[in-house]
Design a protein around this ligand. Structure first.
Ligand code: FES
Length: 209
């Protein structure tokens, strides 16, 4: 889907960017009040001259699954949008434009991060790994398959990346650590017990197939 045609990016025909510009005018206007019929300034408007980020598109380089991609993106673009829309890496899932389900989990510098919670420009210079960067015979993927933990499969990329982040730092996690690592991932098919069993089995073997 084209980014600007997504729900939430248009407000009564005005795109989000121009809407925000408009609200800036309202904020400026709200600093004015009246006294005896005369308009007076209530607060000095703040003028920011440093650390401003332009809303115009700019070039950034994202390193994803070992490859560098030069993209021209507006600062508002999330990492999830850049991956799915600009790079066509649709294995990282979006759930109702929120990060609550964990299906958008990727690794940034080896740690699990929700891609919808980061702007793409924040991730320049970092090593991003998506489900497309995980081999089909990866021990976590194989374990999920063996334990019948992939039903519709929509949540699976998020679970794989969350487990990857855990096993990256601890190849023998205990059940409580597994539960904590998977706490932000939802599965609408209810495969939690199977996912958990696959992780416990993998931990028992030290993270190896
Ligand atoms: S397997 Fe369907 S949402 Fe988890």
């Amino acid at each position: 889907m084209d980014r600007d045609s997504r729900p939430g990016y248009k407000v009564a025909g005005i795109d989000r960017r121009n809407f925000l510009k408009g609200t800036g005018a309202v904020v400026a206007a709200s600093t004015l009040g009246t006294a005896g019929g005369k308009v007076v300034a209530q607060n000095e408007p703040k003028v920011f001259t440093k650390n401003l980020v332009s809303s115009d598109p700019g070039k950034i380089v994202l390193r994803v699954n070992g490859d560098e991609h030069e993209l021209t993106l507006e600062p508002r673009v999330t990492l999830l949008e850049a991956l799915r829309i600009d790079l066509g890496l649709t294995g990282t899932k979006e759930v109702e434009e929120t990060t609550a389900a964990g299906a958008d989990t990727v690794l940034i510098n080896g740690k699990p991060v929700l891609a919808n919670s980061r702007l793409a420009i924040e991730c320049e210079g970092m090593e991003i790994t998506t489900i497309e960067g995980i081999a089909a015979d990866d021990s976590i993927v194989v374990g999920l398959m063996q334990h019948d933990a992939v039903l519709c499969g929509y949540c699976t990329p998020g679970f794989v990346m969350a487990l990857k982040g855990l096993f990256n730092v601890n190849p023998t996690p205990g059940p409580a650590e597994i539960d904590s690592a998977l706490g932000g991932n939802l599965c609408r098919c209810g495969a939690y017990a199977n996912v958990r069993a696959s992780a416990i089995e993998l931990a028992r073997r030290g993270g190896e197939n």
